[in-house]
Write a protein that binds this ligand. Structure first.
Ligand code: NDP
Ligand code: GDR
Length: 323
């Protein structure tokens, strides 16, 4: 039985990856950091099937102990401060979690067993102000936020440990991926939740920032398979994962309102609100995932329309249940 350790198991991607690995017969461990009120909602369905270990990206000892305890064949580093807007407000802490946290984890692996395979959750935010379209593995990085800068560090330290210590360390450069489990502050879930609440008469307005940025949005459930595939290859390498299609925030809003039968969506939306604008914006992201398709045999399965419908439907069910 293979063993995997997932950091960030309580987030959006962690539970999808855990479910995927359990279906492959893995023994799955996940790290959780101490919070005054535990946040286990996203893993409630698989709570009995995974072993939770206490560890924090700020604390190397806790990471080392978690690795000693789990004795994993594979470590998936999904933990991070992942909200771009917040990274402008807490740039130093973002660097500690999202950048140096990767080094702490790699050091812990190196100390315990350097044969453990390592996956780093890198991001299309590294491309930022894009220098090439579509973006692929060789596209130059130009991050536009403390989060993006921290992810560039995480990417290069992963490569550095691969080159320096002959470790099987890969960096998956994933474009935006969403799901009903997405945190409420990210734009897609904020939209699906607000649209449903407006439809049910529980909310008057949806207050957003810039509606013009375009993102390559996929379904998180499709993307976790790519993470696993990267660790099943003979040689460690880096891959871009996306859909090859992009849409503006405005298109997402329009389609989400359409899902509940509202066509005059402009009457319910306030845009360019200063609270939701960023000091520097990433305007246009679109993935060239041809390397992943060729080498990993990976392709996205869920369309943009299916994704929006899935999120609105899920929020409708939750709101009706009063959750
Ligand atoms: P989430 O924000 O939903 O989850 C982040 C996880 O990290 C949570 O489990 C959180 O725990 C944990 N975490 C945060 N800080 C620490 C810390 N100091 N120590 C230990 N754990 C911590 O992210 P996603 O699931 O959406 O994304 C997974 C990873 O992929 C992240 O690294 C993200 O940056 C990256 N990524 C995501 C993309 C996306 O579109 N979703 C695209 C590209 C990359 P807690 O519950 O306690 O807060
Ligand atoms: P992003 O996701 O920054 O791409 O990072 P987010 O959903 O936060 O923003 C997407 C775009 O929508 C615009 N926007 C708003 N965003 C939020 N959150 N709230 C608003 O009210 C709003 N109005 C407009 C943003 O300006 C932006 O252009 C996500 C995260 O998951 C990262 O961790 C990950 O690395 C990248 O995707 C790929």
């Amino acid at each position: 039985m293979k063993r995997a350790l997932i950091t960030g198991i309580t987030g959006q991607d962690g539970p999808y990856l855990a479910e995927f690995l359990l279906s492959k017969g893995y023994k799955v461990y996940g790290t959780v950091r101490r919070l005054s009120t535990p946040n286990l909602e996203n893993i409630s369905r698989i709570r009995e099937q995974v072993d939770l270990l206490s560890a924090d990206l700020l604390d190397t000892t806790s990471l080392t102990e978690a690795i000693k305890e789990a004795q994993p064949d594979e470590v998936y580093n999904l933990a991070a401060m992942s909200f771009v807007k917040a990274s402008f407000e807490q740039p130093v802490l973002t660097g500690e979690f999202t950048a140096l946290g990767v080094t702490r984890l790699l050091e812990a692996i190196r100390a315990v067993n350097k044969k453990i395979k390592f996956y780093q959750a890198s991001s299309s935010e590294m491309f930022g102000k894009v220098t090439e379209t579509p973006q692929k593995e060789t596209t130059r990085f130009h991050p536009r936020s403390p989060y993006g800068v921290a992810k560039v560090y995480g990417h290069y330290i992963t490569l550095n440990y691969r080159e320096s210590y002959d470790m099987f360390a890969v960096s998956g450069i994933l474009f935006n991926h969403e799901s009903p489990r997405r945190g409420i502050e990210f734009v897609t879930r904020k939209i699906s939740n607000s649209v449903v609440r407006i439809h049910l008469g529980k909310q008057d307005k949806l207050i957003l920032g810039d509606l013009s940025p375009k993102r390559d949005w996929g379904f998180a459930g499709d993307y976790v398979e790519a993470m696993w595939l990267m660790l099943q290859q003979e040689k460690p390498d880096d891959y871009v994962i996306g859909t090859g299609e992009n849409h503006s925030v405005k298109e997402f809003v329009e389609l989400a309102f359409k899902c509940v039968g509202i066509t005059d969506w402009q009457n319910y939306v306030i845009s360019n609100h200063p609270k939701h604008m960023r000091p520097a914006e990433v305007d246009y992201l679109i993935a060239d995932y041809s390397k992943a398709k060729k080498v990993l045999g990976w392709e996205p399965k869920t369309t943009f329309k299916e994704l929006v419908e899935m999120m609105v439907k899920s929020d409708l069910q939750k709101e009706k249940k009063g959750k």
